[in-house]
Design a protein. Structure first.
Lengths: 998, 479
């Protein structure tokens, strides 16, 4: 044993501070002023924090800089290994709003809910604010001044041994800078190892590419060139690194005005937003995708005359709906050579990926609708399953080989497979150092915890899905003394250069200042994406699907457990983000937690009620978990989302030490090395206890007359047309509806319409229900978070909500989404009943809410037929008032009033944005152009389903949409004259695949 | 019907002056009896027990209201879409209770229903106390109580008037007018009796207080003449208010566009329901009160029976209204309205609906039977049913309509909280506390008015066929 194998010595005996008190995390007034002053100074230097070390007031105002105006900077956020290119709005030096970068070739201005919500983490009190060293179970606050010499000494000792006892564990990253530092680390410590760990991996996908092409490559789907999209367990629009690009292309190809409308065929176990857009959707278990795709390929081969016609093996493939689906799909694929896309989801085994690559090649899609780029080199990292390498590391830790473990931004104590006991192994490592954004489970189990910067506080770089190199620049000096992974990595190789210089050297080696400035301004290096191409296929043998995969029904105890990253929280790293926790899930409309998803038929067979507790048993492990019945789920399969049930996420996501209850159920407890994506031995037992889920929609409609009425109304509220030459079904119905309306008259005279009439158009055909607009609105308009209990009471505050309806049969329903926000009715029912005139019409047609006049009778909300008004039943901002919350308050948009309890609030059409644009236009002596004002929801929408503009302007986009043949206004018969037009959903069914009974 | 059958029926001879007060009472004994309740040194033990309980409940009400104002409306069960819950249910409930008093005082007075004199004082008092309870709700249910005065058209530096299109504003005027006129009417009627108490008072304090409020009444002919005229005028003013106040309250619902609220039947239906519930409450309180204070001879079974007849009549009107609503929901062809009524009967709140039907429509029908409507126990039980039923009616109207309106995705369910329940129980406590205090300190029966219906007041005994037909108002009173 080396000399390192001792308990860590604190930096100096005399510097033992008092034990860390959690309350001491508050910020003093002095510190706050420093911070704000620093950020003020910073913003002039275009976000560069290394040149301006001193905090000084401006002697004279720099040109073009006005206090109180917003500035926007491009940066990037690496979530789950891929960059999202962002445009961040900064107000007097503090970032308050994240939107997509419109210049970026992939994101093109759109932004996911997750990326947008990350601005909240920056000001989160649980975001680490200082170093912590644990000694004999007591946590002591430390400073970098104490840590740096100590760590240098440790590294010196390791250097002498070539790094034999040194291990680094980090989250995988596409950063070129980090890759360079890592390579230097490998040189410096030849015996050390650097391991990557993340719970959600692309191992199978890469293995599939190796199988099909011999190299690791990723397919870039060119949906905009396709006429047929086949997604197989692939959440292309939701949980995919290129979801934003897919969504935009998809919406463009689904435009019924375009000559050829895309048809989408989807096979998936649990309904996703991707499945919701499908014209034909088949619910199959995860394991059934392989035989399904094999059968499809066989049919296609036969159709092309390349193979004899084969009869599929029996089982579910013989089911009439499956065989009709297969037949029609095969016919369509053959009829549209080179115009289809076959896409497979991340968790499918390698063979399915390889099969899809082959099918795309056979159909002539490769090189046209599907192109491939090779995976960027991963700096000597061996391919294969990260979980296996984590298990190896745990073995080493158990064996006492590891002296020092540096964990950079990973949280294996929480998300390692259940049969890899990282927590136990960590105790055997004498020195464990964890760098992370919060004192998470791993931080609390390590000796040292170092605070990591928020992405908006640090320099960096990352690749987006198509390979474009994105640059990340800090928007603000680290509010507390935090360091980035890059800076820690630099420390490991004794690199003294500033992070910015390292990034510049790695991203644009040898380039001039001009190119660098452009890259920083744009947020990415133009033209850095490799060109996609078709790859030559290598012949491979297809493993036969297991016999059980063919079975239509499984016996209990053999069921399939399908694990998936949470659509909102991903692998759990975002669990302390209250915006995401409160964002209703697209499918279940559930907030604050997860539940095991059951098909209605399966639940009935087992006697499981919706919102009850069940026990899931799998591989000898058990999990008590809530159940949720989800129409359209595959039978004999249970979906459970990872990322919930954190025990040390923070005050939002759960913190055991402070008795803050976990949110949701921890699916990692059922996840083992052999069942990383699915397990095949699931047993389910009902406990008979009920469990209150916090859903915003369903629980109130659980009786038959309610459901019947809902189905009746949907035809009118959420209109739908059939695309193509058979308009009989849709249009006849429309005409019937239009027939008997008498002319509506108003009780009183209305003001003449002004010269400006703001309005909105929402294309139901484009909306995919992702929820990005909800978070955009929340961030823009200071919409408060109300918490789990208040959601259960029905008091959510979101100004825009996405109504979700299942229509049709329970087993194969259609999924429909409808974003709903204030319709700004011209004859607004809310305005007429307010006794104190607190909600009034503006001259530009906005239905304004005057907060300081409102006394809170709530009559307006009762009279609103859309129920979009939100009432502050409590002071929902109480937690961020008073001393100690100065940093949290920095997240507020200063242009929007923070509402007090007792007042009503609702969508304002982002009136602050309207005013700002009007003032700007006036200052510049010009008129407003169409499209200049974009509401927060519209700005972020990946499919551009929401269009805002002036209805009085004939040529504006919104006027055009409002006059479209598909446009209708909800509840128009009430004579409320809504300003928002909805464009009817258009379906593109293949008659051959539709059964006669509909 | 045979002769022997009719002999058992006690029918008022239509042209004979009915005997409205039991016992061969003279004018003095009436005074003694009524004033005796107030003048006895200690009230009955039951009174102490009762007021202890009710004042505790009142204190609880104040605590709940304090908590509500300090914390927010969220302490109640109100949510989205049920932005109104028990707050408005209880408001309408209490306003309804408040109807009997003025109806008895004003309308029956104008219709020369002499039997009203024994119960009108107590009923008017109940009106006032019910209005207190009712008025509390809209005042504290708003989100920002501290600016609730903006509901009144107070000239202010913001140069803002209230929105005169809002039914809530009409409500403010209607209820406050009603409260004012009811208070004046009650107080006017009290004047001669306060003077009687003053004259009989044994202590200086009592004499001073009763004397102050008696406004110097000395029973002169001029006083009587002006009193009679003023009383008549106030009765004429109050009469339309009986109809208007609940009509306006119903506009809160009818003028909105919530399916189930937006119906033209609401004003008459609400007024009938209010009278129904008001009489129910009068019976509920008078049955024990006449026992407690020994006023059985003044408040006779005949009074109670008459009130039961009103309950039966208005209950039937209410039943008819329910049926009409359903018919129109089907016949009108408005799908939203049709669903609301289907949902009331078969939806998640079916229990409330059918309980309401039982209490309001079925239970009062027993009053067709004379034995039941003259049996104290039965009438008491039925009046309790009426109270419960009318509360449920408001609950059904407010909550079932709101929880399932136009857009199915925002449908919800309303569950009251403990604070909701305690607040409501607290208002019952406030109502009863005020009533018990009234019984103890003010004449429960209008002494001067009762005297006018004694045979002694008619001088020659029963007048026969020509009595009292020619002139409006009461008979000439002799003090």
């Amino acid at each position: 044993m080396s000399s390192l194998n001792k308990a860590p010595t604190p930096p100096s005996e005399g510097s033992f501070g008092p034990p860390l008190c959690e309350d001491a995390d508050g910020v003093s007034r002095r510190r706050l002023l420093q911070v704000m002053g620093a950020s003020l100074a910073l913003s002039t230097a275009a976000g560069c924090r290394f040149e301006a070390e001193e905090i000084l007031p401006f002697q004279s105002r720099p040109e073009g800089r006005l206090p109180g105006t917003t500035r926007r900077f491009a940066t990037a956020l690496e979530g789950a290994g891929f960059a999202a290119s962002l445009l961040v709005t900064s107000y007097d030096g503090r970032p308050i709003k994240i939107e997509g970068n419109p210049l970026h070739p992939v994101d093109r201005g759109a932004c996911t809910a997750r990326s947008q919500a990350s601005v909240l983490d920056l000001y989160d009190p649980d975001h680490s604010r200082g170093l912590v060293q644990k000694d004999a179970g007591v946590a002591y606050p430390r400073t970098w001044k104490e840590f740096d010499p100590y760590f240098a000494r440790i590294l010196q000792r390791h250097l002498a041994e070539g790094g034999a006892g040194l291990r680094i564990l980090s989250a995988p990253s596409s950063s070129a800078t980090l890759a360079q530092l890592r390579a230097r680390f490998a040189e410096r410590f030849p015996k050390a190892r650097w391991i990557h760990w993340t719970a959600v991996t692309r191992t199978q996908e890469l293995a599939g590419a190796r199988l099909a092409f011999g190299v690791e490559a990723r397919p870039l789907l060119q949906i905009e060139a396709a006429r047929t999209l086949v997604s197989l367990d692939a959440d292309l629009l939701g949980d995919h690194p290129a979801a934003l690009a897919h969504a935009r292309a998809f919406a463009a190809r689904r435009n019924p005005a375009a000559p050829e409308m895309l048809r989408h065929w989807c096979v998936e176990p649990a309904p996703t937003i991707t499945g919701g857009t499908a014209d034909h959707r088949l619910a199959l278990r995860v394991e059934q995708v392989l035989p399904f795709l094999a059968a499809l390929e066989a049919r296609v081969q036969a159709g092309l005359g390349q193979a004899p016609a084969q009869v599929e093996q029996g089982g579910f493939l013989g089911r009439p709906d499956v065989s009709r689906f297969l037949g029609a799909l095969c016919a369509e694929l053959l009829a549209r050579p080179g115009e289809s896309v076959v896409a497979v989801g991340r968790r499918q085994p390698a063979a399915v990926h390889a099969l899809a690559h082959r099918l795309n090649a056979v159909l002539g899609n490769a090189g046209r609708t599907v192109v491939y780029v090779e995976e960027p080199a991963r700096a000597g990292e061996p391919s294969g399953e990260p979980a296996a390498r984590l298990a190896e590391l745990v073995g080493e830790m158990d064996a006492g080989v590891v002296q020092t473990l540096v964990i950079l931004g990973a949280n294996p104590v929480y998300d390692a497979p259940a049969d890899v006991d990282f927590r136990r192994a960590l105790r055997k490592v004498p020195l464990s150092i964890h760098l992370g954004q919060s004192r998470d489970e791993t931080a609390r189990a390590s000796v040292w915890h170092l605070p990591e910067t928020h992405p908006l506080e640090a320099w960096g770089d990352a690749l987006s899905w198509d390979g474009t190199r994105c640059t990340q620049q800090p928007l603000i000096d680290p509010i507390f003394e935090r360091r980035s992974v890059l800076e820690m990595a630099a420390l490991l190789v004794e690199e003294k250069a500033a992070a910015r210089d390292l990034v510049r050297a790695a991203v644009l080696p040898g380039a001039g200042d001009e190119a660098w400035r452009k890259a920083i301004h744009d947020g990415f290096v133009e033209g850095s994406a490799p060109a996609g191409r078709a790859l030559p296929l290598a012949p491979f043998e297809l493993p036969a699907a297991e016999a059980r995969a063919f079975r239509d029904e499984l016996s209990p105890g053999q069921w399939e457990l399908a694990l998936a990253p949470d659509p909102k929280l991903h692998d759990g790293r975002l669990a302390n983000n209250s915006w995401l926790q409160e964002l209703p899930d697209s499918i279940t409309k559930m907030t604050w937690g997860n539940a095991a998803w059951f098909a209605p038929a399966t639940a009935k067979r087992l006697g499981i009620r919706d919102a009850s507790l069940v026990t899931l048993k799998c591989g000898g492990r058990e999990l008590l978990c809530a159940a949720c019945v989800v129409p359209g789920h595959a039978a004999d399969c249970v979906t459970l989302h990872l990322g919930h049930g954190r025990t040390a996420a923070g005050q939002v996501g759960g913190l055991e030490e402070e008795k803050v209850e976990s949110v949701g159920f921890d699916a990692y407890r059922l996840r083992t090395l052999s069942s990383l994506e699915t397990a095949q031995d699931l047993e389910v037992a009902a406990t008979g206890e009920s469990y209150a889920l916090a859903r915003t929609t369903d629980p109130a409609v659980d009786d038959s007359i309610g459901q019947h009425e809902r189905d009746l109304r949907l035809h009118e509220l959420l209109r739908e047309l059939a695309h193509g030459p058979s308009p009989a079904a849709g249009h006849a119905e429309e005409d019937q509806h239009a027939a008997h309306h008498p002319a509506l008259e108003s009780l009183w005279e209305h003001d003449a319409p002004g010269s400006v009439r703001w309005g909105m158009a929402i294309d139901l055909n484009a909306c995919i229900g992702c929820g990005a607009c909800v978070v955009a609105c929340q961030a823009e308009n200071n919409v408060p978070v109300v918490g789990r209990e208040q959601i259960q009471r029905g008091r959510e505050m979101h100004w825009i909500r996405i109504d979700r309806y299942f229509t049709g049969s329970e087993d194969a329903p259609k999924l429909r989404f409808q974003p709903l926000t204030c319709q700004h009715c011209e004859s607004a029912p809310c305005e007429q009943v307010c006794p104190v005139a607190a909600t009034v019409h503006s001259s530009e047609g906005l239905n304004d809410m005057v907060y300081n006049r409102c006394i809170g009778t709530r009559y307006c909300a009762n009279n609103c037929p859309f129920k979009v008004r939100r009432f502050n039943y409590f002071n929902f901002n109480k937690a961020v008032q008073g001393p100690g919350s100065e940093v949290q308050r920095m997240r507020f948009n200063p242009e929007v009033t923070v509402r007090h309890r007792g007042v009503m609030e609702k969508c304002t059409f982002c009136v602050q944005r309207i005013q700002r644009a009007k003032i700007e236009a006036k200052n510049e002596g010009r008129t407003l152009a169409d499209g200049e004002i974009v509401s927060a929801c519209a700005a972020t929408c990946p499919t551009q389903a929401i269009v805002f503009g002036d209805l009085a302007q004939r040529t504006s986009r919104v006027s055009g949409l409002a006059a479209d043949g598909r446009a209708y206004r909800m509840l128009e018969e009430l004579n409320i004259r809504p300003r928002t037009s909805y464009l009817a959903k258009v379906t593109n069914f293949d008659p051959a695949a539709t059964s006669h009974d509909g | 019907m045979t002769v022997s059958d009719t002999s058992r029926l006690v029918l008022d001879e239509p042209y004979a002056r009915p005997i409205l007060v039991d016992g061969a009472r003279d004018l003095a004994s009436i005074t003694d009896r009524v004033c005796g309740v107030v003048e006895r040194p200690t009230p009955p033990r039951a009174w102490y027990v009762a007021i202890t309980i009710t004042s505790c409940l009142t204190l609880m009400l104040f605590a709940m209201v304090g908590y509500l104002i300090a914390t927010g409306v969220g302490v109640w069960g109100n949510n989205s879409p049920a932005f109104w819950g028990w707050d408005i249910v209880n408001f309408v409930f209490w306003v309804g209770i408040a109807h009997a008093g003025t109806l008895i005082s004003a309308i029956l007075f104008l219709l020369r229903q002499k039997w009203r004199t024994s119960i009108n004082r107590a009923a008017e008092a109940m009106t006032l106390f019910a209005v207190c309870c009712a008025g509390l709700y809209p005042a504290v249910h708003v989100g920002r109580v501290w600016v609730a005065y903006w509901l009144f058209p107070v000239p202010n530096q913001m140069q803002m008037w209230p929105n005169f299109r809002s039914p809530l504003l009409w409500d403010v005027f209607a209820v406050s007018t009603y409260a004012t006129v009811s208070l004046l009417f009650w107080y006017m009627g009290l004047l001669p009796d306060l003077a009687t108490l003053r004259d009989r008072a044994t202590s200086g304090l009592k004499r001073g207080l009763y004397g102050f409020f008696a406004l110097g009444w000395c029973g002169s002919a001029r006083h009587w003449q002006r009193f009679e005229r003023a009383y008549l005028i106030l009765a004429a003013l109050a009469t339309p208010l009986v109809l208007s106040v609940h009509s306006v309250v119903s506009f809160d619902f009818a003028v909105s566009q919530v399916p189930g609220w937006h119906t033209t039947i609401f004003p008459p239906y609400f007024v009938a329901g209010a009278i129904f519930s008001g009489f129910g409450m009068v019976v509920t309180t008078m049955v024990p009160a006449r026992e407690l204070f020994g006023l059985k001879e003044l408040i006779t079974l005949r009074h109670l029976e008459n009130m039961n007849k009103v309950i039966l009549a208005t209950g039937s009107i209410v039943g008819l209204a329910y049926a009409t609503e359903f018919f129109i929901a089907w016949y009108g062809g408005n799908p939203y309205e049709r669903f609301v009524f289907l949902n009331r009967a078969l939806g998640p709140y079916w229990w409330a609906y059918w309980l309401m039907i039982f209490c309001n429509v079925v239970a009062p029908q027993f009053l067709w039977i004379k034995k039941i409507r003259t049996n104290l126990l039965f009438m008491f039980v039925i009046s309790i049913f009426v109270n419960i039923g009318m509360w449920l009616e408001r609950f059904v109207i407010v909550v079932t309509s709101l929880t399932r309106d136009y857009i199915p995705s925002s449908w919800g369910y309303f569950k009251p909280t403990a604070v909701d329940v305690c607040t409501f129980v607290g208002t019952i406590g406030l109502f009863l506390t005020l009533f018990l205090l009234f019984c103890r300190f003010l004449p429960m029966v209008a002494i001067a008015e009762v005297k006018t219906i004694l045979p002694a007041a008619h001088g020659h005994g029963a007048h026969g066929k020509h009595g009292g037909e020619g002139r409006p108002g009461r008979e000439v009173s002799h003090g």
